[in-house]
Design a protein around this ligand. Structure first.
Ligand code: ZN
Length: 293
């Protein structure tokens, strides 16, 4: 086993130790709120297989992602969970990016008085689509980002370019050295359907920018445990390996059908979601190397 394979095996082992098993996942309640260890006021609200971070301050609450797609009572259930912890006003609801599985369900937050904040590209898209379950943002963040200060908490909203979407905001709590990044950095999991509107080359740059930021722990948008820089580095390596593998096939004239059949990433075969995700990864990189997109 060479050094990189040994490192990889270690990374997978470390990752797996933090992950809920399938059995644990089946047994857990639909909705759950947990405080992030080592923080005074940072929480994770989970609804099924989606989750969001919220921060409670003396002057109000900063919430993110309602995670209520296909869950008509999900937004209110999230507000109710916050209300079990604090009666302070919910001042902000921040959308991590424009995908409905994370941001549908914000009405309960609007009704509670929250201001909805999103990247400007998310606002543009949402205005075009007029999804009945997704209230439009009240405030749009430009590519320069925005910092929210509330009740002694600082939350940075950073735009690092195109990646998993064209509207992703990286949320960083500098004091807690925590980031909340949705879908761009899955923790110990193979990317899958989300590859459909993924920006492969730009995503690598985004991850490098995120790795250069000061943080210790990563909260992802799906409940796969808390990540570290090792997990972000691992995801970057996976994308680079997938890209290099498909580059050979694509430039060899094999996209789409032959390349999609031949594409394998054996180094990652034990990763959760590998068997299902491989086809989506293959198709996206065929688009890049076989089509130029
Ligand atoms: Zn997404």
């Amino acid at each position: 086993m060479n050094v990189s394979r040994a490192w990889l095996a270690g990374a997978i082992l470390i990752g797996c130790s933090q992950h809920a098993t399938a059995q644990q996942q089946a047994q857990r309640p639909q909705i759950e709120t947990t405080k992030v260890e080592g923080t005074d006021n940072v929480y994770i609200f989970r609804n099924g297989n989606h989750q969001a971070m919220f921060v409670v301050t003396g002057d109000g609450v900063i919430a993110t992602d309602p995670v209520a797609y296909g869950r008509p009572t999900g937004g209110q259930a999230y507000v109710d969970e916050i209300r079990k912890i604090t009666k302070a006003p919910i001042k902000y609801l921040i959308y991590s990016h424009h995908h409905f599985d994370h941001i549908a369900g914000g009405k309960a937050f609007k009704d509670a008085g929250a201001k909805i904040v999103a990247h400007q590209r998310a606002t543009q898209r949402l205005k075009q689509l007029q999804d009945p379950h997704t209230p439009l943002p009240d405030e749009s963040v430009g590519n320069g980002g925005r910092t929210i200060k509330l009740g002694g908490t600082t939350l940075e909203l950073k735009y690092v370019g195109l990646n998993h979407s064209d509207s992703t905001l990286v949320m960083r709590l500098p004091k807690e050295k925590l980031i909340f990044v949705v879908d761009l950095l899955p923790v110990g999991r193979m990317p899958a359907r989300g590859m459909i509107d993924f920006y492969p080359l730009e995503a690598e740059d985004s991850i490098k920018k995120i790795l250069a930021m000061d943080w210790d722990r990563l909260i992802p948008g799906h409940p796969d445990g808390i990540g570290t820089k090792k997990d972000a580095q691992f995801q970057l390596q996976l994308l680079q390996d997938a890209s290099a593998e498909m580059k050979k096939l694509g430039q060899g004239g094999k996209c789409w059908d032959t390349a999609e059949k031949e594409f394998q990433l054996p180094k990652y075969a034990t990763l959760p979601g590998y068997a299902n995700g491989l086809q989506f990864v293959a198709r996206r990189y065929c688009g890049l190397w076989g089509r130029g997109t």
